[in-house]
Ligand binder design. Structure first.
Ligand code: PGA
Length: 262
């Protein structure tokens, strides 16, 4: 497996949105902005049914394709599920695992997240492993305990080599789709906590290369200040990734801030 590239990473999670035609138009617009966004690892994460169409648009270029979820088995009697093998065959390089909406609405636990991460790695898919606290947990001072629990649970038993293929994503649940972004300081506090925990688990060097995304109401006007924080290496974008202009601006802002940070 090749290690995750160390450059700003911006992933657009389209969730359950866009028709085939809209998906293909959006992907085409992102591809067309190619020279402007070449300094970043850009990932488009459409609904499963749009994967072949978007794959066709991305073919041969640097923009990557990702799936929104996967099961831990290769195949079997799991109605409504999709396997990592299928995502790989559909052209995915990445897969989102443990998004808070999966945890909240579809009963995913740290144990299933761990199984999914292992399955994805077996098929050479790079997991984007999501974690985040709810508003109630934050208000009760439980943020640290929650994040460390999710991190340890999801990464349970993974070797250094396996870990080096994983992209981490901190997404405070209270900031997702609410327009209420974490301030750069609030985000950095948790991003730093994550890196520190990774350092304890895998050592300083490996953790210093880990890509830790921030997600939760990332918009063109807050991307630059968020990215300036030391431990923010990119973004997982929901709402603002559904429109080419705002998504491309976020990527450009990350590239700009990355140059200053170097
Ligand atoms: P948002 O979603 O940007 O719409 O807040 C982020 C996510 O859920 O990944």
């Amino acid at each position: 497996m090749t290690p995750v590239t160390r450059k700003p990473c911006v992933a657009g999670n389209w969730k359950m949105n866009l028709t085939l035609g809209q998906a293909s138009d959006l992907a085409s617009a992102v591809v067309k902005s190619g020279p402007d966004i070449g300094g970043a690892e850009v990932v488009l994460i459409p609904p499963f049914t749009s994967l072949p169409r978007v794959k066709g648009v991305l073919e041969g270029g640097p923009v990557r394709l990702g799936g929104q979820n996967c099961h831990w088995e290769d195949k079997g009697a799991y109605t409504g599920e999709i396997s990592p093998l299928m995502l790989k065959e559909a052209g995915c390089r990445y897969v989102l695992i443990g998004h808070s909406e999966r945890r909240q609405y579809f009963g995913e636990t740290d144990a299933t997240v761990n199984k999914k991460i292992r399955a994805a790695l077996q098929h050479d898919l790079l997991p984007i492993f999501c974690m985040g606290e709810t508003l109630a947990e934050r208000e009760q001072g439980q943020t640290e305990i929650r994040i460390i629990g999710q991190l340890d649970g999801g990464l349970e038993g993974l070797t250094d080599d396996e870990f080096s293929q994983i992209v981490m994503a901190y997404e405070p649940v209270w900031a997702i789709g609410t327009g209420r972004t974490a301030s750069p300081g609030q985000a950095e506090e948790v991003q730093a906590l994550i890196r520190d925990r990774l350092s304890k688990k895998y050592g300083k060097e490996i953790s210093s290369y880990a890509i830790i995304l921030y997600g939760g109401s990332v918009k063109p006007d807050n991307a630059f200040s968020l990215y300036q924080e030391k431990n923010i290496d990119g973004f997982l974008v929901g709402g603002a990734s559904l429109e080419a202009g705002s998504f491309i601006t976020i990527i450009k802002e990350a590239i700009k801030a990355d140059r200053i940070k170097q």
